[in-house]
Design a protein. Structure first.
Length: 713
């Protein structure tokens, strides 16, 4: 009898912006814990959604599949997860900081979201995962049906028409992609090609600024004919992977990703300068051009195995990134800046992990070791002169102990921690850092439909490339910008309580405290100015500041009348930030609700969604506001030709509650400023989006799909 295998695809979501490629986060496939054991003690008996501890398992039912054209839309029918029809993404309790796996392996995010859900039998959701995925709000693991075999491919195209506003009459967003997956016997092959472009999107932005030391004010003139930013970008991505199941206990995987991004931006406006001392007013023409290309190569090898009661895995990842910005900024006749250089980055990561269960899976120990190395270099493009080097070497060990306490009721608890040694260097100067973190969780089942959970987490995040680069330069005649090569990692504490009730409602509350969060900081410095004279100037860099935020959230999901699904999520927080004598206090309110209806007669899904943000977000010297920033949109999905062709139409309402303007205020002894720019929701008022997906599927498992659906609950 031929051996069958589960899908073991190994692909990773890569960044769409060139700046994201220079961060210290490796964007390539990784391996993870194999979440394949069945839950013996669950909080729900009758429901298809079951929870124990920090893990929720949703067995996919006919109701979840009904009307869903792809995996993302199917996930949106599960409580706690919300589908966004505009970009086909998924949120977890209103948060987008999630990692998606298939059979415990990472996937290219957009690729997985566009897969058909026929291959999956259940979804596992890990709240605030530990180990290698520490730092994410949720881990979503899609589990393939046993012995799945078949092929699947899709061709997808999407565009957005702007009937009004500064982009009136333009198709500003174009996406084309195609993917093929083939699974047979012990092999799995995947190829995916994506092309995205932004067709000279027009944005308007302006600012008012006061240089306190120099007695000068500046403001961008609000003239729509002379103030605009043209954004044009193209992104190409190729993903390839091969997976082989050696036997039921051992498997190998290989993946390769090539990502190319090209940005061509233009910014033009009139700037008015006024000197407070004598009232002199000057008007400057400001022109900016950005032409940046980024090449990113990522490859990875993976091994997973099991021996007796032990499970283990290891992976090795390598990334080579080349980034070439060519930026020109002209401010009147007296200041011209040109940045033209080459960035090269090499990045490796070796990770290993082991797991052991005892007492009929009532006790589990997981532990692992990670080694990460990065080396980065920046050279002037024309002279080849070295401008900056930096890098780091990290050694990280971690553990997590999980246990189920059956003897004293329905209880689950876990405790974990990690110790990390970091060596950073910049331009020949080095520094050693040590950080540690701990976590704890206790879960208790109250009744058949209710449970409560308490969490404490101590998380660590590291500064990215731009924040640690020692290379800095004057962005205009009085403003300097640069990084801090020896920033400490950002450490955060979070206390949280979660109450879940009646299989449809949950309420959460907690406090987040980060005593070393990384934030931008503006100060006065004295030195040589671009004019060749000495004087005071404004310097922007990064520091470790303090952040505190109590928060509370509620989430509700309810299916009624069989074909209707209603969802609502709300979050309220009171953030505070401080650094030395600088303090700011803000507030945050987010609300999102949706109603979905599936017409069995027409085979059509209608999805109505409304989102409201009313925020004041803070750092020690800044606060950003987007008051009453809301959006209402309608999505209609219809399939044709035996579900081969899917058509999705999205209409964004032109109505708005607030002004749609985001504002950022800077308050410091060096400078005070207010920057204005239109929010995404405001720029897309009245937009019409059309997406077409042609899907071809076949193979044994696909042929049996309709019959299997009849057996689902």
């Amino acid at each position: 009898m031929r051996k069958r295998t589960k899908l073991l695809v190994a692909m990773l979501m890569t960044a769409t912006s060139a700046m994201a490629q220079t961060t210290d986060t490796l964007q390539v496939q990784t391996d993870s814990v194999v979440w394949n054991e069945s839950l013996r003690e669950v909080s729900v008996v009758a429901s298809s959604v079951r929870t124990e501890g920090d893990r929720t398992t949703a067995f996919i039912t006919k109701e979840m599949r009904r009307g869903a054209r792809n995996t993302a839309q199917m996930l949106g029918n599960i409580r706690g997860l919300t589908w966004n029809a505009v970009d086909n993404s998924v949120e977890y309790n209103g948060k987008r900081n999630i990692i998606v796996l298939v059979d415990s392996l990472e996937k290219g995010y957009s690729y997985v979201m566009n897969l058909h859900h026929a291959r999956f039998e259940r979804v596992e959701i890990i709240d605030q995962p530990k180990g290698k995925y520490e730092g994410y709000d949720a881990l979503i693991n899609l589990v393939t049906k046993k012995n799945y075999e078949g092929y699947e491919g899709n061709l997808h195209a999407s565009t957005r028409l702007m009937p009004a506003g500064p982009n009136s009459g333009k198709f500003v967003f174009l996406v084309n992609d195609g993917a093929v997956t083939y699974t047979r016997n012990n092999w799995n092959f995947v190829a995916d090609v994506v092309r995205k472009s932004n067709n000279r999107n027009v944005l308007q932005q302006w600012y008012d600024r006061t240089y306190l030391v120099h007695g000068m004010t500046e403001r961008v003139l609000h003239d729509k004919d002379t103030n605009e930013m043209l954004l044009e970008s193209q992104n190409y991505q190729v993903n390839l992977s091969v997976d082989y199941q050696l036997n039921k206990n051992h498997s190998l995987s290989w993946s390769y990703i090539y990502d190319y991004n090209r940005d061509k931006d233009q910014l033009n406006y009139l700037l008015e300068q006024q000197y407070i001392s004598n009232g002199t007013i000057d008007t400057l023409d400001v022109h900016s051009q950005n032409n940046t290309s980024n090449h990113n190569h990522s490859t990875a090898l993976f091994y997973r195995g099991r021996s007796g009661q032990w499970s283990y895995n290891a992976d090795f990842n390598y990334v080579y990134n080349r980034n070439t910005p060519d930026n020109t900024f002209q401010r009147g006749e007296n200041f011209t800046l040109r940045n033209h250089y080459n960035d090269h980055m090499h990045y490796t990561r070796l990770r290993s992990e082991a797991r052991r269960n005892w007492y009929a899976d009532r006790l589990q120990l997981r532990f692992g070791y990670h080694n990460t190395w990065k080396d980065y270099e920046r050279k002037d493009y024309d002279s080849r002169r070295q401008l900056n080097t930096n890098g780091f070497l990290r050694n990280n060990g971690w553990f997590n102990l999980w246990g189920r306490l059956d003897s004293i009721g329905h209880n689950t608890a876990s405790v974990g921690g990690r110790l990390e040694q970091i060596h950073v260097w910049s331009n020949g100067i080095g520094d050693n850092q040590f950080v540690w973190s701990v976590s704890a969780m206790y879960w208790h089942k109250l009744t058949a439909k209710n449970w409560i959970r308490f969490n404490y987490d101590y998380g660590i995040s590291h500064p990215n490339q731009s924040q640690t680069s020692a290379y800095g330069y004057f962005t205009d005649s009085l403003t300097w910008s640069g990084g801090n090569p020896f920033l400490s990692p950002s450490v955060s504490h979070q206390w949280k309580v979660w109450f879940d009730a009646w299989w449809c409602f949950n309420a959460q509350a907690g406090v987040t405290y980060a005593p070393h969060t990384i934030t931008s900081f503006t100060e006065i410095r004295h030195g040589l100015l671009p004019s060749g004279m000495e004087g005071d100037y404004v310097a922007s860099t990064y520091v470790n500041s303090r952040y505190l935020s109590p928060w509370a959230s509620v989430s509700f999901t309810k299916r009624f009348a069989k074909d209707f699904v209603y969802k609502a999520d709300a979050l309220f927080a009171l953030p505070r930030a401080s650094y030395e004598d600088f303090k700011q206090q803000g507030r945050e309110f987010r609300f999102k609700t949706s109603l979905q209806y599936y017409s069995r007669k027409l085979g059509m899904t209608t999805y109505l969604s409304y989102e409201l943000n009313n925020n004041k977000l803070v750092t020690p010297q800044t606060y950003s506001t987007n008051y009453k920033n809301d959006a209402l949109y309608l999505s209609i999905d219809k399939t044709f030709f035996h579900n081969r062709l899917a058509v999705n139409f999205v209409a964004v309402a032109p109505l708005k509650w607030g002004d749609g303007i985001n504002k950022t205020y800077v308050v410091s002894p060096a400078i005070q400023s207010t920057s204005y720019f239109s929010s995404w929701k405001s720029n897309n008022r009245g937009a019409l989006q059309l997406s077409l997906t042609y899907r071809f599927m076949g193979g044994k498992s696909v042929r049996e799909y309709n019959r299997e659906m009849s057996d689902e609950r």
